[in-house]
Design a protein around this ligand. Structure first.
Ligand SMILES: *Cc1c(COP(=O)(O)O)cnc(C)c1O
Length: 378
């Protein structure tokens, strides 16, 4: 079976990041690992844009890292950076069975020489769930499966004690999606990276950035960073999770916590300009349930594919469905638009080729032995 190697180079802090260029002083307060292949490129897609907008660019975070990229890598640069700085050897996180965040944590932890534990809960079945589970196993993550979030929370207390007894230290707990203030700072950095690309003339200042809204760290970090860079860009956040997870109250709370952490870390942010973030919340492409694909989302995936954009049904397909709706209705005419691609596009097939699902905890085998949702069948 393939193995993900420890990469000592990831431990060397990046020479300089947009965040530390903008805010001198934060570098030592916010230790960061080199997990990402940054900056990720921006590519233009004129044929996809048609006459619907003046320019359509895509921020290719799908290429953010090998062997597994996507948006979570940016959060993990800071989360795992903090774990290493605190001399922890282990991280523990949460997600549904096919969670991209749990997988990204497992892979990045292995690359950084840390052990990882994922506490997983049920979700609707899709082909990617099986792939992600096998890849987590290739990364050496310890997987536990619980019937509900409540049981997973109790499991977390139990596992933390167990690991503390065994190793002398409890693992660092990373919340689902990596969306605490520290993880969100990874996307403040990402927005400053985009601002530098605008400055360098790689793309015009976007009027709108379309992105999927899950645990919200991506959207909140982006909008804060765009503000900090002095851009007028508005983030259009396409909700793909239940409203009790993503809503304006929780969004404001996360923004406040992130601003507080940035200030504590020595970033001088102007006092008022962060009061009202211009985030547009979109609720019209969610469908019925998290990780249940929609016809609209599947149509968006099919429309983007010939242009070389690899999307999926849980997050990016739904986000691009909202973008296509607005392009088609004429709402974006004359506007400069960016889609923030958040899903890994590296092929996991060679990595998981030799992995056997029967080595997974028994209840997780369900995802291999039962059909996937109707819209995911080929
Ligand atoms: C997690 C995830 C998101 C959402 O990011 P949040 O910071 O949780 O809102 C979007 N797209 C993909 C592919 C993801 O895995």
């Amino acid at each position: 079976m393939a193995k993900i190697d420890f990469e000592p180079d990831t431990l060397r802090p990046p020479a300089s990041r947009p965040l530390s260029r903008r805010f001198a002083g934060v570098k030592s307060a916010l230790p960061c690992l080199s997990l990402g292949n940054l900056p990720t490129p921006v590519h233009e897609y004129p044929a996809l844009a048609g006459s619907g907008c003046s320019a359509l660019f895509v921020k290719r975070d799908d290429l953010s890292a090998l062997p597994y990229g996507g948006n979570k890598v940016r959060k993990l640069e800071f989360l795992l950076g903090s774990a290493i700085a605190r001399e922890l050897k282990e991280v523990m996180t949460f997600g549904v069975a096919g969670s991209n965040h749990a997988l990204a944590t497992a892979v990045c932890a292995a690359r950084a020489g840390l052990r990882s534990i994922s506490l997983l809960t049920p979700q609707t079945n899709s082909r990617y769930v099986a792939k992600n589970l096998l890849m987590s196993r290739v990364a050496g993550a310890q997987l536990h499966y619980y019937k509900s979030q409540r049981e997973a929370d109790a499991g977390a207390r139990f596992q933390a004690l167990r690991h503390k007894r065994r190793y002398g230290k409890a693992p660092m707990i990373i919340p689902g999606g990596g969306s605490c203030a520290l993880g969100t700072i990874g996307f403040v950095n990402a927005a400053l990276e985009l601002a530098e690309q605008v400055d360098a003339g790689e793309l015009p200042e976007p009027d709108f950035v379309y992105v999927a809204l899950g645990t919200m760290g991506t959207v909140v970090g982006l909008q804060l960073g765009l503000r900090a860079a002095g851009l007028k860009t508005q983030v259009v956040a396409v909700r793909v999770v239940h409203e009790n997870i993503a809503n304006s109250e929780r969004l404001t709370q996360l923004a406040d916590n992130t601003i507080a952490l940035l200030r504590e870390s020595g970033a001088s942010l102007p006092q008022d300009s962060f009061e009202q973030l211009p985030i547009v919340l979109r609720h019209d492409c969610f469908g019925r349930k998290y990780a249940v694909f929609t016809d609209e989302g599947m149509a968006a995936i099919a429309r983007a594919a010939p242009h070389g954009l690899l999307l999926e049904g849980t997050y990016t397909g739904k986000a691009v469905a909202a973008l296509f709706k607005d392009l088609d209705s004429g709402a974006l005419r004359g506007k400069s638009v960016l889609f923030w691609h958040t899903y890994n596009s590296c092929d996991l097939t060679p990595w998981i080729a030799g992995a056997d699902y029967r080595e997974l905890p028994r209840p997780l085998r369900w995802y291999f032995e039962n059909p996937v949702q109707r819209r995911d069948r080929i």
